[in-house]
Design a protein around this ligand. Structure first.
Ligand code: ADP
Length: 394
């Protein structure tokens, strides 16, 4: 194919206007997005990549060799990076394809505008050849982006499958112990020679194990729920203080029964977040702070405080003056079915199945954040939730 002077001219104009064209592409995409998703559309990072791609496409328009773009490893790498980026931003494959379709549309419109502006009348065959080359460039780049996107997507699904299998194994294991105790208790209750004292002891054991199974079932349901995708439809702008107050409301009875004061700071940040998941994090952290409060202390509290951390992050601290966590256990408490105080006789009445923190951590991860913990035995514990003010995905 011979690229004409006209082709060179358009390529040069596209090169000069590559940033404007990227901005136009972006505006077109925003027009297509639902209003509530616009605030969270990942602008900066995309606007880093797309101008580079347009620049490369403009270069390809004037390259004599037809397969130049497919052989340009640097630009294919850039397109693959875009695929990885959109995957990390939780875009769907449909969205990624749509973005390239819009890019193609913006570039073809630009060629038509330039034709008109330059008042040029190149041969029709040259025009067709130029547009074909443009489409080919967009196609090659979109293929690389989609390839990277699909590879990562497939890996994520394989990982999720493995985690699910492991989880099912562990959940079955956790069910077995209380079920065994129940079977044994029912066997005892059938015996004709039970005296009153043994009867009430056995009933208490049965009761404890049934409660344990009920709690285990609730928590397993929560695990299943939070492992589902966090989609942009669930995002809302909220003040963390109102979410913390709602969590505290749900736990008020428990806190009163244990004499724990829940203190929520007014200075908590406002953020765009999946409110259900944030609430679940706070409910789990607050209920732990109440459960593991220190009965030896006359004043017991859990405090929720925090604020902005730079431009894009915020922090929510849940601190208590409870019994604390032994240093050696800090590394494992987020693992499923792990409990740190099983050796403490005085805590046998504290119900728990070792899933609360793993649920909190899964939720924190799903909303783009993380949880860190500091604790001093006998003094208290601080869980710090760090998360973006606006999530990176839409
Ligand atoms: P559980 O159902 O046992 O409470 P979690 O996963 O919520 O399970 O917590 C794991 C363990 O971490 C608990 O069993 C407890 O030993 C410890 N832990 C969690 N939060 C606190 C806290 N605020 N103070 C002291 N220990 C805690």
């Amino acid at each position: 194919m011979i690229i004409t002077e006209f082709g060179d001219l358009i390529a040069e104009r596209m090169r000069a206007e590559h940033r404007t064209l990227a901005a136009r592409w972006f505006e077109r995409l925003l027009d297509l997005l639902p209003v509530e998703a616009r605030a969270v559309f990942p602008t900066d990072t995309l606007l880093d990549h797309v101008p580079a791609l347009i620049l490369e496409i403009s270069g390809y328009l004037r390259q004599p060799e037809e397969d130049a773009i497919a052989a340009n490893t640097a630009i294919l790498e850039k397109a693959r990076e875009l695929g990885a980026l959109r995957h990390s931003q939780r875009a769907s494959l449909h969205q990624v394809l749509r973005e390239y379709q819009v890019l193609g549309g913006v570039l073809v419109t630009f060629v038509l505008e330039e034709l008109e502006r330059l008042n040029a009348a190149p041969p029709a065959a040259d025009c067709v050849a130029l547009v074909a080359r443009l489409n080919e460039a967009v196609h090659v780049l979109s293929q690389s982006t989609v390839e990277a996107f699909v590879t990562l997507y497939t890996e994520t699904i394989a990982e999720q499958k493995q985690r699910l299998e492991e989880f099912t194994r562990m959940a079955a294991h956790e069910w077995r112990q209380p079920l065994g105790a129940l079977q044994f208790g029912i066997g005892l209750l059938r015996r004709p020679d039970m005296d009153q004292e043994r009867l009430s002891r056995t009933l208490a054991t049965v009761d404890r194990n049934v409660r344990h199974l009920v709690e285990l079932t609730h928590k397993l349901e929560a695990v299943a729920r939070v492992q589902g995708p966090s989609d942009s439809a669930l995002l809302q702008e909220v003040s963390a203080a109102s979410v913390a107050q709602e969590a505290a409301r749900q736990l008020r009875e428990m806190a009163e029964a244990r004499g724990v004061d829940i203190r929520i700071s007014d200075a908590l940040p406002t953020l765009i977040v999946d409110v259900g998941r944030l609430e679940l994090v706070l409910v789990n952290l607050l209920s732990n702070a109440i459960k593991y409060s220190d009965s030896a202390k006359s004043e017991r509290y859990v405090a929720v405080a925090g604020g902005r951390e730079g431009n894009s992050l915020c922090r929510i601290d849940v601190s208590d003056n409870g019994i604390g966590i032994p240093q050696h256990a800090l590394a494992t408490i987020f693992q499923r079915f792990t409990r740190a105080h099983t050796d403490r006789e005085d805590l046998v009445h504290v119900g728990g199945v070792g899933l609360g923190l793993s649920i909190a951590e899964d939720c924190a991860r799903a909303i783009g954040g993380r949880i860190d913990v500091r604790s001093v035995e006998g003094e208290g514990t601080v869980f710090t939730l760090s998360l973006p003010v606006v999530p990176a995905w839409s």
